[in-house]
Design a protein around this ligand. Structure first.
Ligand code: AMP
Length: 219
């Protein structure tokens, strides 16, 4: 089974994706994490991606699609995967369909997580990520047991360059520009599942993940 996660940066895609992937025994693939890993290891790909990431722009499709293709060929994707942050353009969505088609697989569900933008800006400002295992914390709602230290792996927590307010605004703008065509794409394919989340509707990422699992079970 392949599930793609739509939704703005900061909508909780990462958290929802990790829960669903673990519960349904699927690989969790975040293209943002893959880029950050390349950045950390100072690979050529990382160096190329950095100029776009630091500004909150999308890395060109050609580079991103090639990276995802390599990741999909790894053994842990045998049962399928939750794709977090891919596709971000219609061109990527079409490429994904073509890639999966080669192994007679398909995208089974596109999960669109909707959170109001004002909530997102605040959330991202409070967000800290682990340099070691990429676990995400919120210093207000989900703080680590020890400030600045990851509960899971003891790694250092930090605020990503692209979690700073100016870059966040640009990321949301970039997201808005491509969101509609992606949502339409999966709506037409009749596999779109939309979930409202956030404080105003009283739904956490955990609630969304459990709703989705329930939906899949009863399908
Ligand atoms: P994320 O952690 O998913 O918000 O991704 C962080 C950054 O990585 C984005 O702002 C983009 O610069 C880049 N990125 C991640 N996924 C993609 C994608 N599918 N297409 C293009 N750029 C991406």
């Amino acid at each position: 089974m392949f599930i793609v996660l739509l939704g703005a940066p900061g909508s909780g895609k990462g958290t929802v994706g990790k829960i669903i992937a673990e519960d349904l025994k699927l690989a969790h693939i975040s293209t943002g994490d893959l880029f950050r890993e390349n950045l950390k290891n100072e690979t050529e790909l990382g160096k190329e991606a950095k100029q776009y990431m630091d500004k909150g722009e999308l890395v060109p499709d050609e580079v991103t699609i090639k990276m995802l293709k390599e990741r999909l060929n790894k053994a842990d994707v045998e049962n399928g995967a939750v794709l977090d942050g891919f596709p971000r353009t219609k061109n990527q969505a079409i490429s994904l369909d073509n890639m999966l088609n080669q192994t007679k697989a398909k995208v089974d569900m596109a999960l669109n997580i909707e959170v109001p933008f004002d909530e997102i800006v605040e959330r991202i400002a409070n967000r800290r990520s682990c340099r070691g295992c990429t676990e995400i914390y919120n210093v207000v709602f989900n703080p680590p047991k020890t400030e600045g230290i990851c509960d899971k792996c003891g790694g250092e927590l930090y605020q990503r360059e692209d979690q700073k307010p100016e870059v966040v605004k640009n990321r949301l703008k970039v997201y808005s520009e491509s969101a509609e065509e992606l949502i339409n794409y999966y709506e037409n394919a009749k596999i779109l599942y939309s979930a409202k989340a956030g404080d105003k509707v009283g739904k956490t990422s955990y609630d969304v993940a459990k709703d989705v699992e329930e939906y899949i079970k009863n399908k």
